[in-house]
Design a protein around this ligand. Structure first.
Ligand code: ATP
Length: 441
């Protein structure tokens, strides 16, 4: 996309998201609140599709992975056991002149304020867990936290899952759920927010098989993203240096995306050994070990974790899909090259003239037929050019137009988002035509 300056890209996406009902700043009528975003009518459909694809490929289509849906608030001891109360802290410096606050690691440990050149205060550590209270009577309230990462619930439910299902090691537990971090510097739209969703898999294995499964998941997750992004050269692994590794990790890799501001983490593939189950055994006093039904060996399973951001990856997917073309008439065409499986609507049904009842009635019949199976859009608003522009901007792969010829020969025009080419299809063949197109993604 040579005509789009990469630095403008984030602001273009933000504007497009607002213009087309994909994502809004939360509480905008009150001036907004930093680090919180809402998905609009189009965006909520797209995000649901995005999460459904993850769930389909990691849970539904696998016999060795089961899913859970855990709560946001847990027993506060969970966060002592996990180390979050002690260690979930970011350093913060404040500029003595303009009073802006920064995380030193996110400004390359600069010694002067990047905004005004002022002096910094000494760095102080702030815990980024959100606090709340359980109970209503003063003096009896129990302090609690909104979960800082979603995955803890999987460890808490581990014993119940083993006891209530037929899972046998190796097996995984998957979850998509909200996490909350009181980030010091939320920025870059959905990249760093204070409320977001994570998609996690904790894959439990025998310690002797850890290496094999770690490598398996590392590649599996990269393959998955490569399938859904257009520019796969913008995806890479970054191996953590030895001084970045937790003491229990033999290795760690991030899947990174080349964002307009540089390579940025999208998902982490973590070697967690038996750290989490050991901690929760210790703090809860419960035995969380696994009894192998065949060998009768009793042990604490080791874990490979894949932990990604559903919103952060959604944002990267939008950056990857954004196109601007200059048309022959000099107009700029903006279009999102999202996979049809992610698009909010698979097709937009358009009667050429909204004031011609025969055209509207025919279009309505097609709409009703397709809508029973797929998410289908309907547009009888303005002129045809504007309808195409809107469909392109939200990534609708095909527009179907019912025109005057349709009344004579029962055919319609189908226009392709990516090529803008049009074909004529018999009305009776539309359903199977669409089904065929959607098989490939
Ligand atoms: P970062 O270094 O960017 O803060 P992290 O290493 O703390 O991320 P993890 O704790 O491993 O992140 O969380 C797993 C995933 O959750 C990340 O790869 C990212 O996609 C997502 N994530 C983490 N923090 C945020 C946030 N503040 N906003 C949006 N997504 C986030």
């Amino acid at each position: 996309m040579p005509e789009t300056n990469q630095n403008d890209l984030v602001s273009k996406i933000v504007a497009l998201c607002k213009r087309r009902g994909i994502i809004f700043q939360n509480s905008e009528i009150y001036g907004g609140i930093q680090g919180f975003y809402d998905y609009g009518p189009v965006g909520s459909l797209m995000k649901m599709n995005w999460k459904n694809l993850w769930w389909r490929d990691n849970v539904t289509r696998r016999r060795d992975v089961v899913g859970i849906d855990g709560t946001i608030i847990t027993h506060p001891k969970v966060w002592e056991a996990s180390g979050h109360i002690k260690n979930f802290a970011d350093a913060l410096v404040e500029c003595k002149s303009c009073h802006k606050r920064f995380r030193p690691d996110l400004i390359d440990n600069a010694t002067k304020c990047p905004e005004c050149g002022g002096q910094f205060t000494p760095a102080r550590k702030y815990n980024i867990l959100f606090h709340t209270e359980i109970g209503v009577i003063e003096g009896e309230k129990m302090p609690a936290y909104l979960r800082g990462e979603a995955c803890q619930t999987i460890y808490l439910d581990f014993k119940n899952i083993v006891d209530s299902t037929r899972v046998k090691i190796p097996f995984g537990v998957a979850q998509i759920g909200k996490a909350f971090r009181n980030e010091i510097t939320p920025k870059n739209f959905l990249y760093r927010t204070r409320e977001f969703e994570q998609w996690d898999i904790q894959y439990f294995v025998h310690p002797s098989e850890m290496d094999k499964w770690y490598e398996y998941w590392k590649q599996n997750r990269m393959d998955w993203y490569q399938k859904l992004f257009n520019n796969t050269k913008n995806l890479r692994f970054r191996q953590h240096a030895s001084d970045e590794l937790a003491f229990y990790a033999k290795k760690a890799f991030d899947i990174e995306y080349q964002a307009p501001w540089g390579w940025a983490e999208m998902e982490g593939i973590h070697w967690r050994s038996d750290y989490d189950l050991t901690q929760h055994s210790k703090f809860s006093g419960q035995d969380l070990s696994y009894n192998d039904p065949v060998t009768h060996e009793k042990y604490l399973p080791w874990i490979t974790e894949t932990s990604g951001g559903a919103d952060r990856s959604f944002f990267f997917m939008l950056l990857d899909a954004y196109h601007e073309d200059i048309l022959e008439n000099g107009e700029t065409r903006v279009w999102l090259q999202v996979k049809p499986s992610i698009a909010a609507y698979k097709m937009c049904i358009i009667p050429l003239a909204a004031n011609k009842p025969e055209l509207v009635a025919k279009a309505e019949t097609i709409y009703q037929t397709l809508n029973a199976k797929y998410s289908i859009d309907w547009d009888d608003s303005s002129n045809i050019g504007k309808k195409y522009r809107r469909a392109d901007e939200i990534g609708t792969p095909w527009c179907l137009v019912v025109d005057y010829q349709s009344l004579d020969d029962d055919t319609v025009t189908i226009r392709d988002r990516d090529t803008m080419k049009q074909i004529r299809v018999n009305i009776g063949d539309i359903s199977s035509w669409l089904e065929k197109q959607l098989q490939s993604v």
